[in-house]
Ligand binder design. Structure first.
Ligand SMILES: *[C@@H]1O[C@H](CO)[C@@H](O)[C@H](O)[C@H]1NC(C)=O
Ligand SMILES: *[C@@H]1O[C@H](CO)[C@@H](O)[C@H](O)[C@H]1NC(C)=O
Ligand SMILES: *[C@@H]1O[C@H](CO)[C@@H](O)[C@H](O)[C@H]1NC(C)=O
Length: 383
């Protein structure tokens, strides 16, 4: 076998040698052809540039590229909400993008101000049929955003107003900075829709107490944002302040308040753009300092005190004592109960006394859904 292989190899070598000898003349012909073509093109392009100008040639090529890769540069591009809430921006990129603010007064288009309902939930929203009932017929006046555990797969039907309203989410833990991060993420995503004017943080156990129109008006006419912020001299208030927070925050500016806020667009931007107070709270407000009770109330009291109502818009019952507020189930829901929650309070609204102090309430168990739905025609239609 060996000798034959050698012979075959020799035969190949000679074949390659003859091919090499044949190539140069073919190559020469090709080179000449290219040279002529190249010269032709350059003469043509010089002529075209002189005749039409370089700009028009370039611009005549551009539209086809633009249509493929860029959105048209119309105003629509800036004012229509993102068609898909899922994106690949990091928090830093998102917060930067969301903090871009127009400086010119007014809007050069018809802007219908919306309420952004931002659900901060672990997984499912068991009371969603009540919210759908509440929102029915007001499609142009609200938008929905949901932050849930990243492992949770929502399964709302395409007909639901909650369908595909999830935003890119991360794990959020009570009392930790990750909770404030989640709230800022909700705000930032909602800020990307220029029509959102009010931003309400809600949980899976929240319910509305009035009809949508009433709530929309209450927000749009308010001069103040509903952020709970009070100065508690005790161990659970000032007792959680750390001297390391100075000079950005001193103890007299330290505030406490409920996590559940409703903020105007202006205030929402304050929260999203903050880079001054965030590092201090992240480093020096750790349990037993519960950062979600102090960061926004304190920061906003320093940055924009005149814009705060210093009260939450979400009713909750702490009267039973303990670390957690009361949860209401099927047996608790009566007309008298809902009436009492909605109307038996006093507060100020635009510096006037008011008996409507809460627009939402928590905490409601899934079992409360049926009685709530049966009373909905009445309490959601009042006013
Ligand atoms: C805290 O800050 C406020 C406002 O800047 C100032 O009036 C006050 O004197 C400060 N208090 C302390 C203890 O530094
Ligand atoms: C809320 O509190 C701040 C000071 O912490 C104050 O400047 C502001 O006027 C208060 N808001 C209302 C509506 O009273
Ligand atoms: C508002 O209520 C307070 C007590 O809650 C009362 O002192 C005050 O006179 C009331 N103001 C008006 C304008 O009714």
């Amino acid at each position: 076998m060996q000798p034959r292989a050698v012979i075959l190899n020799e035969g190949k070598d000679s074949a390659i040698r003859t091919q090499f000898r044949g190539i140069p003349s073919t190559l020469l012909k090709f080179l000449l052809l290219f040279l002529v073509l190249g010269l032709g093109f350059s003469v043509l392009s010089i002529y075209m540039t002189r005749y039409f100008g370089a700009q028009s040639i370039i611009s005549s090529l551009q539209p086809s590229f633009q249509n493929c890769f860029e959105e048209p540069n119309h105003l629509d591009h800036w004012i229509s909400p993102p068609s898909n809430l899922m994106h690949t921006m990091t928090d830093e990129e998102l917060f930067w993008r969301a903090s871009l603010v127009p400086r010119r007064k007014g809007y050069p288009f018809r802007r219908v101000p919306k309420v952004a309902l931002m659900f901060l939930a672990k997984g499912p929203l068991p009371l969603y049929p009540l919210w759908e009932e509440f929102l029915k017929g007001h499609e142009k006046l609200y938008s929905i955003y949901i932050h849930s555990l990243p492992s949770y797969q929502a399964d709302f039907p395409p007909t639901s107003v909650f369908y595909q309203r999830q935003i890119p989410s991360k794990v959020a833990e009570w009392g930790m900075m990750s909770m404030c991060d989640a709230e800022r993420r909700l705000l930032a995503n909602a800020l990307l829709d220029i029509s959102n004017e009010w931003f309400v943080l809600l949980s899976e156990s929240c319910i509305p107490l009035f009809n949508f129109k009433f709530i929309h008006n209450y927000f749009m006419r308010s001069h103040h944002s509903f952020v709970g912020a009070f100065d508690d001299p005790g161990p659970y208030g000032r007792g959680r302040y750390s001297d390391y927070m100075a000079p950005e925050v001193n103890v007299s500016q330290w505030r406490k308040g409920s996590q559940w806020f409703a903020a105007s667009r202006k205030l929402a931007v304050y929260i999203v753009k903050d880079t001054k107070f965030y590092p201090k709270f992240k480093e020096f407000c750790k349990p037993h300092c519960y950062v979600d009770e102090h960061y926004f109330p304190t920061m906003l009291t320093i940055e924009a005190p005149h814009l705060l109502a210093n009260r939450s818009i979400t009713w909750v019952d702490w009267s039973r004592g303990g670390a957690h507020p009361a949860t209401f189930g099927k047996a608790d829901i009566t007309e008298a109960f809902l009436e009492r929650v909605a109307h038996s309070h006093t507060c100020t609204y635009n510096n006037r006394n008011s008996s409507v102090c809460f627009l939402f309430a928590r905490k409601f168990a899934p079992s409360a859904l049926d009685p709530l739905l049966s009373f909905a025609p009445k309490f959601l239609q009042s006013y």
